[in-house]
Design a protein around this ligand. Structure first.
Ligand code: S3P
Length: 749
């Protein structure tokens, strides 16, 4: 066992927070000796009886002697007095920290005692955790688990002290964030102190009414939710409001201003603007939920938030289904609607997290957007020069399309911007779009390691058109460049090595913007404008693909996917499945909203056969390979994929992750640099189990999770897929539809 992190720890104060931290230290063997000083003798006796401390003192001076960590866990207002007393007795290299909920005044107290030369071991901290009960008995060893702890190192703080405190709080399973003191107090003023002040204020306002009894008697959930925190300790909040006075007054000013705006909109009966503000707030709240839900993905010690369990023995796979709207088209409908003149109505919009991230980004840039409601969205376009600077970084979640296309648009704006994303997006290459944009004159930086997000853009840079030969077949990069080209001087042209999805070109034309396609060269002239139009989003063939594969590998299945987009730049999956011998027909072809659509019917009538997948189909089926690998495993003979290195930089390394999962499930396969070789286990006319079952890691890639779900149709054992929460990015109704068709997918959080 390694030596404990600390020799002697002294707690000054041992309430809920202090005693919880002491419990962590004991559980994790972090200290050789723990002592405390408190004013209450009873507390010290109780702490000893609980086994939390070896010694208890009423005088803090006795406690701190020889300690290498001193934790001030007492009311913030007592800090200065205690520091004055203990200062002469502190060891030279002591780490001194606190747990108070305001930080500026703790630093002021320290300065009052030490002058400007604060000790190197002084690092203020704030664990954001609490409970209804207080006191030494209320402490819990897991109080800080999955909570945030903010450390506010000062210029005088030594790295060794900060690092040791980070280790301490990580041992408590907390997420440690470092920020400066002013930022801490400002953030807390807005996210904690202002809401408490508002709750006290509302209850007080209602309590002062003559009819208060009636009001409280009839008050429903809204009042209860909003006022819950007004039942908190008045003394504590009294102290906090004074302790963080400056930042709280700023937050109150901001609140008053916003309230006045709302008041005016109601008085003026300004329906559109009021809907804009309420819609923006609602979306921000939902987005915030999503960020919270996704938070564990970003933690180093990853916590899986959702898993699928698929039970073997499913025979049926049948029905007519409408899968959600196309992700690529949904993104573009918001982007183009936002910069158009006039109002754009969208139907069939994909209410998945990726497209919602785009929607939120434009709301953050001042665009009034109504919906989505049942797939309908109304965008009040602001024109080519109407986007406004977002108040903070734009959060793109899991969505590479949002980040790369927006990189182009944001490079041309007058304001600076930053884009961030979740753990998966934070690993994806962004230099592929940054490089051509720089050649156009953009000031854009990929600030992550190895050219990855966050992406930071300095606005107000004049752009000029370029001719760019795309080094890889990427519709996102093509689109990002063309979008920047809308604001650039002269012609912007992109030549692609192979045709990729052309939704940007089609939709720009639908918005009245001229785009030329000459072979593989696509070009437009900058300086024009987009005119609002109505967009009908077709069902996403990439989502339909899972059901197509499911039906193709299941005996007697009969599945029809209705009104699926069959844009020729997206139909690689149909072509490849047909070449593998699937019983697949494309019926009822028609045009809707400028895109060809059709019903696709697949029946399980014959065993698929392995093929060398045609390289020219790779860009046209780029998102469907994980599902096609499942089909290949069920086929008779070998399937070879080449020319698909791009799969390695999708939401996960789809070649490696699929190969790993297939091997776990008993399939012989060999990943190569640009593809994979899969030894199909199918035999003509036989429909028994192909997969053994097992536990699959999806690497938070939605398409990996959905592909392995389909393997459940041919498995002998149970399949567990971990990290499936990202399915909601593109196909929120996936499990409902799959279960309706005959699979049994159980979802557990
Ligand atoms: C997309 C393009 C493709 C695709 C992605 C959506 C788009 O990415 O994989 O799901 O909407 O333009 P690449 O451009 O990286 O190939």
């Amino acid at each position: 066992m390694s030596a404990p992190l600390f020799e002697k720890v002294a707690f000054i104060g041992l309430g809920l927070i202090g005693s919880s931290l002491a419990r962590v230290m004991i559980a994790e063997n972090l200290a050789t000796q723990i002592v405390a000083s408190t004013r209450s003798k009873q507390t010290l006796e109780d702490a000893k009886a609980l086994g939390l401390i070896q010694e208890g003192y009423s005088d803090p001076i006795e406690a701190v002697k020889g300690a290498d960590l001193v934790v001030l866990a007492l009311p913030v207002r007592a800090t200065q007095k205690v520091l004055e007393a203990i200062q002469p007795y502190l060891s030279e290299n002591v780490i001194l920290t606190d747990v108070g909920s305001t930080k500026g005044n703790v630093v002021d107290a320290a300065k009052a005692v030490y002058g400007e030369h604060l000790p190197a071991g002084f690092v203020p901290g704030h664990p954001i955790a609490g409970a209804e009960h207080t006191g030494v008995h209320a402490g819990k060893v897991d109080l800080f688990a999955n909570h945030k702890v903010i450390l506010t190192p000062l210029p005088s703080s030594a790295d060794w002290a900060v690092e040791k405190l980070i280790q301490l709080w990580q041992a408590a399973k907390a997420e440690v964030i470092c920020m400066d003191v002013e930022k801490h107090d400002e953030v807390l003023a807005h996210t904690s102190h202002l809401p408490h002040l508002m709750a006290f204020n509302l209850v007080e306002q209602l309590a002062n009414r003559e009819d208060n009894l009636d009001i409280f008697r009839y008050a429903a959930g809204g009042f209860r939710d909003f006022s819950r925190i007004a039942a908190s300790d008045p003394q504590m909040w009294h102290d906090i409001f004074f302790a963080n006075k400056k930042a709280i007054l700023n937050a109150v000013d901001g609140f008053e201003k916003q309230l006045k705006t709302l008041r005016q909109l109601i008085e003026d009966e300004n329906s559109q603007a009021l809907m804009g503000v309420l819609g923006h707030a609602q979306a921000a709240r939902q987005h915030f939920n999503h960020m919270l839900a996704n938070k564990p993905l970003m933690e180093k010690n990853k916590v899986t938030t959702q898993q699928f369990t698929i039970l073997p023995g499913q025979k049926n796979f049948q029905g007519k289904f409408t899968v959600p709207g196309d992700k690529s088209v949904s993104h573009r409908s918001i982007m183009f609607g936002a910069i158009a003149e006039g109002t754009t109505h969208v139907t069939g919009f994909l209410e998945g997290e990726d497209a919602l991230a785009t929607l939120q980004a434009f709301r953050d840039m001042g665009v009034s957007i109504e919906g989505p409601k049942n797939g309908e969205v109304t965008i009040h376009g602001v024109g080519m020069h109407g986007l406004k600077a977002p108040a903070s970084a734009l959060y793109m979640g899991n969505s590479g399309t949002s980040m790369r296309l927006l990189a182009g648009m944001l490079s041309a704006q007058k304001f600076d911007s930053v884009m961030t994303g979740d753990a998966s997006l934070s690993k994806r290459p962004m230099e592929r779009i940054a490089k051509p944009l720089r050649a156009m004159g953009a000031h854009i930086q990929t600030t992550g390691e190895r050219g990855t997000p966050p992406v930071s853009i300095t606005g107000n840079q004049p752009l000029k058109g370029i001719q760019y030969d795309l080094p890889m077949a990427s519709a996102q990069v093509k689109s990002g460049i063309l979008l920047a080209g809308l604001w650039a001087e002269g012609e912007t042209a992109v030549t692609e090595p192979e045709p990729t999805r052309d939704h940007s070109e089609r939709m720009l034309r639908a918005f009245g913007y001229e785009v030329k396609t000459e072979g593989n060269r696509i070009s437009l002239q900058g300086g024009g404008k987009l005119m609002a139009t109505d967009i009908q989003v077709p069902s996403d063939i990439s989502s339909a693909a899972f059901f197509m594969v499911g039906a193709a590998i299941t005996e007697g299945s009969d599945v029809t996917l209705e009104a699926v987009g069959i844009n020729p730049t997206r139909t690689g999956v149909i072509e490849i499945l047909k070449q593998m011998g699937a019983d697949l027909t494309v019926e009822n072809e028609r045009i809707a909203g400028g895109e060809p659509i059709a019903d696709i019917r697949i029946r399980g009538t014959r065993t698929l056969k392995g093929i060398h997948m045609p390289e020219d189909q790779v860009p046209l089926a780029i998102d469907e390979f994980p599902a096609l690998f499942i089909a290949a495993a069920c086929a008779e003979g070998q399937t070879i994929l080449t020319g698909a290195a791009e799969l390695r930089v999708k939401e996960s390394d789809r070649i490696q992750v699929m190969a790993d999962g297939l091997k776990i499930m008993g399939i012989d396969c060999t990943p190569t640099d640009d593809g994979i070789i899969i030894e199909g286990k199918g035999k003509a006319g036989e429909w028994g189990a192909i997969f053994t079952g097992g536990e699959i890691e999806s690497h938070h890639d939605h398409r990996i999770a959905m592909s392995f779900s389909m393997a459940g149709l041919r498995t002998s054992g149970e399949i567990k897929i971990v990290g499936t929460e990202t399915v909601a990015t593109s196909f929120p109704t996936f499990t409902a539809l799959a279960n309706q068709a005959g699979l049994t997918i159980q979802v557990s959080e």
